[in-house]
Design a protein around this ligand. Structure first.
Ligand SMILES: NC(=O)c1ccc[n+]([C@@H]2O[C@H](COP(=O)([O-])OP(=O)(O)OC[C@H]3O[C@@H](n4cnc5c(N)ncnc54)[C@H](OP(=O)(O)O)[C@@H]3O)[C@@H](O)[C@H]2O)c1
Length: 257
């Protein structure tokens, strides 16, 4: 299948590790060009070194910036415009499920989790949409199955991830046919150094029992499996798909729609 992603210009937020980094590599494997964005410069440099060694120096740009802070975006977009003359695809991937187990976490904590999980996505959409409208491009959000079912994840994280699904659908309907907007809801994704790695280190038996009891496929997903779905949805082969929320969870969710 030719995905027709040659030389496409792709921005991925939260791309210094985990799912975001795999998404970047997924696009590079299709001969696209990628901009990696995260806050920690050293981690970005390390990721970029590995990717440029494999895919070439001129295909990877990095930016250290907090994507929830609107004042950072003019610099990022100015550089993308100067170097590559525009943007075709933006992936709003930043997020973090670590929070409190309280039914309703205190407002300070709630706001922090909201900022990390929703404002980063909304900020990315707001900043990149003018370029995507110009190129007739694609916007994709990474939500979570915690945003589509009450699976027992932290309340603040779940609420923020539900809001992302709603934002994605609203934008898809209002921006069609100029920009396609979709969403992916991953289930449990394991990678070394990730949140599940930490939980396994704390209590491997509990995690094993949880995965076996709740995931019909009986295992974690990999970042590459999420990346493959992202790359497809942002390619020309998905040209009639907009407003979708694709669940990639090994069968964990139980609702019909
Ligand atoms: N892992 C899972 O099992 C799972 C399951 C469902 C959904 N998801 C979702 O998938 C996405 C990626 O998850 P992950 O597990 O790969 O996350 P992760 O390991 O925590 O990585 C998050 C990335 O985002 C960056 N980041 C965090 N806050 C940022 C900010 N304000 N501005 C810019 N960059 C920021 C981090 O680097 P810096 O800290 O250096 O900025 C890092 O590159 C998230 O939206 C998560 O909610 C994950």
């Amino acid at each position: 299948m030719n995905l027709n992603l040659d030389n496409k210009r792709v921005l991925i937020t939260g791309a210094s590790r985990g799912i975001g980094l795999s998404i970047a590599e997924g696009f590079l494997m299709e001969n696209a060009r990628v901009v990696l964005l995260a806050r920690t410069h050293a981690a970005l440099l390390e990721a970029a070194e590995r990717l440029t060694g494999k895919y070439g120096q001129d295909r990877v740009l990095i930016f250290s910036a907090d994507c929830a802070d609107a004042s950072n975006w003019p610099d990022v977009l100015g550089r993308i415009n100067a170097d590559w003359g525009g943007l075709d695809i933006a992936i709003a991937n930043v997020g973090n499920g670590r929070s409190l187990t309280d039914a309703l976490p205190d407002s300070e904590h709630f706001n922090k989790v909201w900022r990390t999980n929703f404002m980063t996505a909304e900020g990315t959409a707001r900043a990149t949409l003018p370029l995507l409208i110009n190129s007739g491009g694609c916007l994709l959000f990474i939500s979570s199955i915690a945003g589509i079912e009450a699976i027992g994840a932290p309340t603040d994280y779940s609420v923020a991830k539900t809001a992302i699904v709603s934002l994605s659908k609203q934008l898809a309907r209002k921006l069609a046919p100029r920009v396609r907007v979709n969403c992916i809801a991953p289930g449990n994704v394991y990678f070394s150094g990730g949140s599940w790695d930490a939980k396994i280190k704390e209590d491997p038996k509990r995690v094993d029992a949880l995965i076996n009891a709740t995931v019909p496929m009986g295992r974690f997903g990999t970042p590459e499996e999420i990346a493959d779905a992202v790359v497809f949805l942002c390619s020309d082969r998905a040209s009639f798909i907009t407003g979708a929320c694709l669940v990639v969870d090994g069968g964990q969710t139980v609702s019909l729609f």
